[in-house]
Design a binder for this molecule. Structure first.
Ligand code: ADP
Ligand code: MG
Length: 451
């Protein structure tokens, strides 16, 4: 087994052992850089992934690796060299090594704000796909708590929500040094609520959050179904809002598409500015890749950059993963890869089997999006909250895979092909009338192709 095959096999097993959200977050863009003398070195994109893998998943990963290769005794995680300076439109002169070294050291998140200094506006590329969200963010930076409160940014995985939100936090921190800023993921907020309840420290928890000037909560779609947490967030929101403090949220979908969200919280989310981030077009993808390769002085030829930009379309994190591989080649060989070599290096990123759509992927994406179990989606229930997702799944099977109606019917609890025809026609018709349905389908497709 080559080291790539070994890692692919490990990921394939790991996928079943941890939640898909965790899998996507911590294992994307990882690969084995070296396997030697019983040691396996896994390249990870950043320090967060490194910490998580070391602390939470190391044992599972090690056990899987061991089961694949008994010689393996140790796994270590290695962070690829990150960006050292903000991207610039024009190539900059190389700086003295010492200076970039210093910058590099300061890349871990701040203990109080939880903001990572690597996410700034200077290295955030703006194109038609994220223009609105970017403009709204800048307006918030200028006048925190005054315009656009709350700001709600949504968009698919790996498209820059976290980067943008943290850039806002960093810039406000810079421009208004007395302001207290707090960034956290909705999961972290949830676990804060849970432990505060358990330890009877809810008052302390409340005052900690209600005291900040800027509260940024990332990925609020994960609050779905968590009533107690929603309630706390609702009250925190109200307190901050009344005091004129800025609140910023992100989500992978618009508020109205978050299921199991209390109505009053939803209406708070919708009460300010909602801005979406869609998919970057080719030109913007080129701009992003150029900036990121220049930032690392990689000097990669345009045909290689174009190859990457035209093959990775739906996820900026994946673009970075591709660049990391090219960078690894550069370090090893002291020159940039040529097109043929680049194709080889990027083979598993670009045409990995997971990139092909399968019925499974569609069912998975739909049930995840609507927060259903796959078997609920496939069962015969007529409950309204299942009927629509089921029809959408049928529609997507037809549209994306050109599946036959009898096949689709069979897949859904042995239904007749007329049921499948009915579902597909119904959704097609609704799509003409409902912009929000078009949007939902767009987000589901992003999951199917980008996730
Ligand atoms: P999300 O939170 O939407 O899943 P992230 O903000 O984590 O996505 O972005 C994924 C990666 O892509 C990050 O490393 C981020 O720095 C980079 N990235 C995203 N959008 C941009 C952009 N517009 N310009 C430059 N880099 C970006
Ligand atoms: Mg994010």
């Amino acid at each position: 087994m080559t080291k790539d095959e070994l890692w692919q096999a490990t990921l394939a097993q790991l996928q079943f052992q941890i939640s898909s959200a965790n899998f996507a977050t911590w294992l994307k863009n990882t690969y084995v850089v070296a396997k030697k003398d019983g040691g396996v070195t896994v390249s990870v994109p950043n320090n967060f992934s490194k910490e998580w893998l070391e602390n939470k998943y190391n044992k599972i990963i090690f056990n899987i690796l061991r089961s694949l290769d008994v010689e393996i005794r140790e796994v270590t995680y290695l962070v690829e060299r990150g960006p050292q300076k903000p991207a610039a439109a024009a190539p900059q002169e190389a700086r003295p090594a010492q200076e970039s070294q210093l910058e590099f050291q300061g890349l871990s998140a701040d203990k109080t704000t939880n903001l990572s200094p690597r996410y700034v506006f200077d290295n955030f590329i703006v194109g038609p796909f994220n223009e609105l969200a970017h403009a709204a963010s800048l307006a918030v930076v200028k006048n925190p708590g005054v315009v656009y409160n709350p700001l709600f940014v949504y968009g698919g995985v790996g498209l820059g929500k976290t980067h943008l939100l943290q850039a806002v936090g960093n810039k406000i921190g810079n421009d208004f040094s007395q302001k207290k800023i707090r960034y956290l993921s909705s999961e972290r907020f949830t676990s804060g609520v849970v432990s505060a309840i358990r330890n009877h420290t809810i008052d302390a928890f409340r005052s900690a959050y209600r005291d900040v000037d800027v509260l940024i909560v990332d990925d609020v779609q994960f609050l779905a179904g968590k009533d107690k947490t929603q309630e706390e967030l609702f009250h925190t929101f109200n307190t901050l809002y009344e005091r004129g403090r800025q609140i910023i949220f992100s989500s992978d979908r618009p508020p109205k598409a978050i299921s199991a969200l209390e109505e009053r919280l939803r209406s708070r989310f919708e009460g300010g500015m909602i801005a979406d981030i869609s998919l970057p077009d080719f030109e913007t993808r080129m701009a992003i890749i150029k900036a990121k390769t220049q930032e690392r002085s990689l000097g990669i030829a345009d045909d290689v950059l174009e190859y990457v930009a035209s093959h990775i379309q739906r996820n900026i994190r994946e673009l970075e993963g591709a660049i990391n591989r090219l960078a690894a080649f550069f370090r090893l060989n002291n020159r940039a890869p040529e097109l043929g070599e680049a194709k080889g290096l990027l083979k598993s990123v670009i045409s990995s089997p997971s990139k092909f759509v399968t019925p499974r992927k569609i069912l998975e994406a739909v049930s995840e999006f609507y927060d259903l179990k796959e078997r609920e989606l496939l069962a015969l229930s007529r409950k309204q909250e299942v009927v629509k997702p089921r029809q959408i799944a049928m529609y997507l099977l037809r549209e994306e895979l050109k599946s036959s109606y009898p096949f689709i019917g069979k897949r859904f609890g042995g239904k007749d092909h007329t049921t499948a025809i009915y579902a597909c026609e119904k959704i097609a018709k609704e799509l003409q009338a409902s912009e929000s349905l078009v949007e939902e389908l767009g987000l589901i497709r992003q999951r199917i192709y980008g996730g």
